[in-house]
Design a binder for this molecule. Structure first.
Ligand SMILES: [Fe+2]
Ligand SMILES: [Fe+2]
Length: 326
């Protein structure tokens, strides 16, 4: 008869409880036991997500001082500020897993952790503000709506609020493009040129094809992911085609067409070599984005120091140290 030590039995009970919670589609909370690999996967995914929100402020932030009207400036400011908020919710969600925001920021600025490849492309005209809202925030919504049901509680709850704000981002982008499309020929050409540049990188936001995505199966078994990369990409294409028709633009894909048999659009293959190069740091703006983030982090050092000194002083005032004359 096999002798099972109490520790092993306890370990097995914890694992069984975790598996049962996940299979019932309930939430795992910070106080619950979780497998170490589940924790590590979540930290990696949430950190990458948080970094994307923060780095994602740069391409559009680039246009705040050059917005064409006060209204556009107010909209863009609000949008970019929302992205900062998303980053903060997500860093907070990651902190419930035992890593600090300072550690994660360090990993971002030293290049050890990644952010979404899309933010390594430049914003060359004001139409890009609209295209990013429509396609990039639109792709983010496709990715993030299922994450509202992710198995880890703090991540899922952060996503609910993030998704509400993302839908405002998408609408402001689409509305900007609609306005430009009802303007001059030159404005319409700006929109089309911008859509041509962003279409393929937006499709890459869903990650590599399923047969080249080794972590997907495990993430789905754990309830972290709810749909595969290719399923989400298909959903995004199907959603975007009628929107493009309404807008009066085309996507730069000669293979894009409705397939009545499948009930979905067929589409061409994104350039996965380009995707891999951007992930390796060879995209058009990788160096610039990280450099800017590092500089902003260094410039903000005094704010962090002042806030810490103030917090220390406040807590000293509440609990005077023994022997301290007051
Ligand atoms: Fe966001
Ligand atoms: Fe957004």
């Amino acid at each position: 008869m096999a002798v099972v030590s109490l520790d092993e039995q306890e370990q097995q009970d914890l694992q069984d409880h975790f598996d049962a919670v996940v299979s019932r589609h309930e939430r795992i909370e910070p106080r619950d036991w979780m497998p170490e690999r589940y924790r590590a996967t979540l930290v990696r995914q949430i950190a990458q997500h948080a970094h994307s929100e923060i780095i994602g402020m740069q391409p559009e932030g680039n246009w705040i001082t050059r917005a064409p009207s006060l209204r556009r400036k107010a909209v863009l400011l609000a949008k970019v500020q929302d992205e900062a908020g998303h980053g903060l919710y997500l860093y907070s969600a990651a902190e419930t897993l035992g890593v600090s925001r300072a550690e994660l920021t360090e990993k971002l600025v030293s290049g050890q952790q990644k952010y979404s490849s899309i933010f390594n492309y430049p914003t060359l005209s004001y139409a890009d503000v609209g295209t990013i809202g429509w396609l990039v925030d639109g792709a983010a919504i496709c990715n993030q709506v299922p994450l509202c049901r992710t198995s880890y509680g703090p991540y899922g709850r952060a996503m609910i609020r993030v998704c509400k704000e993302e839908s405002f981002h998408q609408r402001q982008g689409y509305e900007l493009l609609m306005t430009m499309m009802s303007g001059t020929d030159e404005q319409r050409a700006m929109v089309q040129e911008s859509v041509d540049r962003f279409w393929w990188p937006a499709l890459m936001m869903f990650g590599p094809p399923d047969d080249d995505s080794p972590n997907t199966a495990q993430s789905m078994a754990w309830g972290i992911k709810r749909d595969t990369n290719d399923e989400l990409r298909q959903k995004f294409v199907d959603m975007s085609v009628p929107q493009a028709e309404r807008l009066g633009v085309t996507f730069p894909d000669p293979e894009l067409r409705w397939n009545a048999e499948r009930g979905h659009h067929d589409f061409g293959r994104p350039d996965w070599e380009e995707f891999a190069a951007v992930l390796r740091g060879e995209g058009p703006c990788n160096a610039q984005r990280l450099e800017h983030r590092r500089r902003a982090h260094d410039d903000g050092a005094w704010v962090r120091e002042a806030a810490l000194a103030y917090a220390r002083r406040e807590s000293d005032a509440l609990e005077p140290a023994a022997g301290e004359g007051r």
